[in-house]
Design a protein around this ligand. Structure first.
Ligand SMILES: Cc1cc2nc3c(=O)[nH]c(=O)nc-3n(C[C@H](O)[C@H](O)[C@H](O)COP(=O)(O)O)c2cc1C
Length: 95
């Protein structure tokens, strides 16, 4: 079964509901969604990820990421990382 990593970050639940719908639909199409809240950073490893990554994230506050996304957003925005640090990832971002 083709696996993909499905990450979501939500403030009020909508992004999680959408991720759960994607998980269900994927299962019905023979795909396995490995779904995690973005804050569960011990459960996934983007540096080592080989399968496609789907991210469902909502905008909150004044264009801010949800609280559960802050750690990963900070990590991605780390200017000390080489520009190609995440270049291996096949990503789809859903807002
Ligand atoms: C382009 C765009 C920008 C948005 N910006 C904000 C924002 O700055 N603050 C906010 O509270 N909601 C904003 N929203 C609305 C939330 O993203 C929307 O209510 C979303 O369903 C909340 O998701 P959640 O339940 O996963 O937190 C925006 C929506 C869109 C489409």
């Amino acid at each position: 079964m083709q696996r993909f990593l499905l990450l979501y970050a939500t403030q009020k639940g909508q992004a999680k509901a959408i991720a759960e719908e994607i998980e269900q639909q994927a299962g019905a199409h023979g795909l396995e969604a490995d779904m995690h809240c973005m804050s569960e950073m011990d459960k996934y490893n983007l540096e080592a990820e080989k399968d496609p990554v789907v991210i469902v994230i909502s905008t909150t506050g004044t264009g801010d990421p949800p609280d559960t996304a802050r750690k990963l957003v900070k990590k991605i925005q780390d200017k000390t990382l080489p520009p190609d640090h995440f270049a291996h990832l096949q990503m789809l971002l859903a807002l």
